[in-house]
Write a protein that binds this ligand. Structure first.
Ligand code: COA
Length: 195
């Protein structure tokens, strides 16, 4: 890993109190049409904080802790499977809104973002790997689904996501029709430890 990693870094679940910081980071990572609205961010952090993970740096001066700064996040909710129940859940325009289906076994990741000044230090890889490991071991669901811009497919493949093909449903929205979006899934497998 890079020797320029930020000091005093930690990961914790996001809470509704983090909504403003999450919105600020969304606006640094995504154009207006792609970012979560404050209402949607608040919904996610209220409905399922355990599926929303934040990467923070602690602001330390000497031995005094001055505060914390959010430098990366993942926002997820459980997304419903197809209406007839025959297909595994994938991201749809509807599930990108204020949707969380507790009975679903698929976690949809709606946002992955790292603050621009901290990108290219393996931090998204670190945050996603931690997220996958925690969800696997807590048996929260059976798989994670994400839609990715085509250039980011190799990045997600390196973290164990499998490419399923182009997501055609989101293209119905002009905000998503400009580029190619790909469905990717990652199975969640619990690690077994020997006694
Ligand atoms: C995508 C993102 C989360 C990656 O964060 P990061 O901490 O820089 O990622 P890592 O350091 O763990 O990995 C870097 C790798 O990501 C990939 N990557 C990042 N941005 C990329 C881009 N625009 N195009 C293609 N690959 C990209 C590359 O494979 C890169 O490896 P490289 O440096 O060897 O080329 C970050 O660039 C970001 O927040 N972007 C804006 C929001 C966004 O697009 N999120 C993804 C939603 S699908």
């Amino acid at each position: 890993m890079s020797s320029t990693l930020p000091l005093h870094m930690y990961i914790r679940p996001l809470m509704v109190e983090d909504t403003q910081d999450v919105c600020d980071l969304e606006s640094r990572g995504f154009p207006p049409e792609e970012r979560a609205s404050p209402e949607t961010a608040e919904f996610r952090l209220t409905a399922c904080p355990e599926l929303c993970s934040g990467l923070f740096i602690r602001d330390v001066e000497g031995s005094e802790v001055k505060g914390e700064k959010l430098i990366g996040h993942i926002l997820g909710t459980k997304i419903p499977c197809s209406a007839d129940g025959t297909q595994n859940a994938l991201i749809t325009l509807e599930s990108m809104g204020k949707v969380h289906d507790e009975s679903s076994t698929t976690v949809g990741i709606h946002s992955v973002v790292i603050a621009p000044e901290h990108q290219k230090k393996n931090l998204a890889t670190l945050l996603l790997t931690d997220y996958i490991q925690k969800l696997s071991n807590q048996e929260v669901g059976q798989r994670i689904a994400i839609i990715a811009h085509e250039p980011l497919v190799p990045f997600y493949e390196r973290i164990g996501f499998q490419l399923l093909g182009e997501n055609k449903t989101v293209k119905a929205d002009p905000a998503f029709s400009k580029s190619k979006w790909c469905d990717m899934v990652r199975e969640l497998v619990k690690e077994e430890y020997e006694n």
